[in-house]
Ligand binder design. Structure first.
Ligand code: UDP
Length: 237
């Protein structure tokens, strides 16, 4: 297999890291994904990774119970740092050199996010995990993923999640849901498809950055995606 996308931004859903557990990080899932990432690093791919925190805490969930939204979002961002450290640990146990860079500086735990330093790490073959989202409340890690993809000039954004692509309606609820192999940013925005939040889609559209959506639990899916194989849904202009 020939690598088509050399530098990628891999957005990992926090929720998918739970596996079948009700909360937190499932180490089997974590180790599996780390193995998949090691596979693409060995092929010469330079991955930047953004991890969500739906397995631990989401700001909107806290706010819906009366919490101050900004405080809740700050907690959500801190939860992404926990997931990032867990992924760093899993990758380093696989022998993959990594750096965690946080949008909220916490020097004794990881590096602060500095774009030039991030691209240098990638050039040197280190996997960079971008923690704490964008560093701002009222955003999601999907938007953070697109933002970092643009900053590091990734060739593609791979959104690795629990579902195997974009459907016209929720495939968990509807048996007749139809999967899109290819669709445009405007399809997503106009039909309100729940791929990622509109801010992230709009940002990707503006810079014409393709987004692939795939199931991260299927072996070799990420490898096939970086080789340009269709394993989920592809969103382009
Ligand atoms: N978050 C934030 N700003 C960001 C990114 C994330 O405030 O730039 C917070 C927000 O509360 C969000 C939580 O972090 O709910 C976890 O991220 P997300 O919901 O995107 O995780 P995922 O759905 O990918 O698991």
């Amino acid at each position: 297999m020939q690598v088509q996308y050399q530098r990628i931004l891999l957005k990992l859903s926090g929720e998918a890291l739970m596996g079948d557990d009700a909360y937190g990080i499932n180490t089997d899932v974590l180790d599996f994904v780390a193995g998949e990432i090691k596979g693409i690093v060995q092929m010469g791919v330079q991955p930047g990774i953004v991890i969500g925190a739906g397995n631990i805490f989401r700001g909107v969930a806290g706010a819906s119970k009366g919490m101050d939204r900004t405080t809740a979002d700050n907690m959500g961002m801190l939860a992404t740092v926990m997931n990032s450290l867990a992924m760093q640990d899993a990758l380093e146990r696989e022998g993959v050199i990594t750096r965690v860079m946080s949008a909220i500086p916490m020097q004794s735990v990881c590096e602060p996010y500095i774009r030039r330093r991030a691209t240098r790490h990638l050039e040197k073959g280190r996997v960079v995990i971008f923690a704490a989202g964008t560093g701002n409340p009222y955003f999601t890690t999907d938007s953070a993923g697109v933002l970092r993809a643009l900053e590091i000039d990734a060739n593609v954004i791979i959104k690795a999640t629990k579902v195997d692509g974009v459907y016209d309606k929720d495939p968990v609820i509807y048996d007749d849901a139809v999967k899109y192999e290819k669709l445009t940013f405007d399809d997503v925005l106009r039909q309100g498809l729940r791929v990622m939040d509109a801010a992230g889609i709009a940002l990707a559209k503006e810079d014409d950055k393709p987004i692939m959506v795939l199931n991260m639990a299927v072996a070799d899916n990420i490898k096939k995606a970086v080789c340009g194989e269709s394993v989920g849904s592809l969103i382009t202009s």
